[in-house]
Write a protein that binds this ligand. Structure first.
Ligand code: SAH
Length: 213
């Protein structure tokens, strides 16, 4: 599959829609305009890739809706060279957005099939996260901690303590919390012991599951 001016036109329209839905961060909108989302999907979805919708990917998972990706990314307030932990690499689209914003991204995926597909795809597209890992994101990546921010892209029944522990003071953890429906939640670490909690309405994600598969 190729990236063409037709795709670029569709991406510009998508970014405009996201702006109309309330996304204001120019850098996030620029990243959406740059990244060829159709190349993160099976070719049968090519015609739909720039609709603001989630779609199925391998291993019964989904690529998140662009609005959700933009919303979570905006909450992170990414600065160049931020060290970011992502839980749920999936298709790698969210990873690509963070890398495009200049972050050093460490990402964990529990489905081996997706881990393999995405580890091959990202370098082909010229997108270089610092580290992709196959494992259980509930544990975070203690060997690489602490992180400037942490993003979880699957619905978490609880906020894993290991992730809170791996966040720098002043850092942000953005995580959808809940079983069937999730409340987008952001914790800001105030000091060693205290976290400030903010909530941002309902979203729907595939579940954050324990262990590897
Ligand atoms: N950011 C991805 C979202 C994929 S859906 C994208 O837009 O493509 C969520 C992903 O989280 C799935 O790939 C799922 O396999 C993964 N996941 C679920 N539980 C996990 C866990 N405990 N650790 C790491 N990844 C997990």
């Amino acid at each position: 599959m190729k990236d063409t001016s037709k795709h670029q036109g569709l991406r510009n329209q998508l970014a405009k829609q996201l702006e109309e839905k309330g996304i204001t961060d120019k850098n996030v909108l620029d990243a959406i305009r740059k990244i060829p989302r159709h190349l993160f999907l099976n070719s049968s979805f090519e015609d739909f890739a720039y609709q603001d919708k989630a779609f199925p990917i391998a291993a019964n998972q989904t690529i998140s809706q662009p609005y959700t990706v933009a919303f979570q990314t905006e909450l992170l307030q990414v600065k160049k060279d931020d060290k970011i932990l992502e839980i749920g690499t999936g298709s790698g689209y969210q990873t690509a957005v963070l890398v495009t914003l200049g972050a050093k991204v460490y990402s964990v995926e529990r489905q081996n099939e997706l881990f393999k597909i995405t580890s091959t795809l990202l370098p082909k597209l010229g997108i270089r996260p610092k580290h992709l890992s196959f494992g259980d994101g509930y544990k975070g990546l203690p060997n690489f901690a602490p992180f400037d921010s942490i993003i979880v892209t699957a619905g978490a029944p609880i906020i894993p303590e290991a992730l809170m522990a791996q966040l720098k003071v002043g850092g942000r953890l953005v995580i959808p919390v809940g079983e069937n429906e999730q409340v987008m939640t952001m914790l800001i670490r105030k000091n060693e012991r205290q976290f400030e909690k903010h909530e941002f309405g309902d979203f729907r994600f595939v579940p954050l599951l324990q262990d590897k598969n």
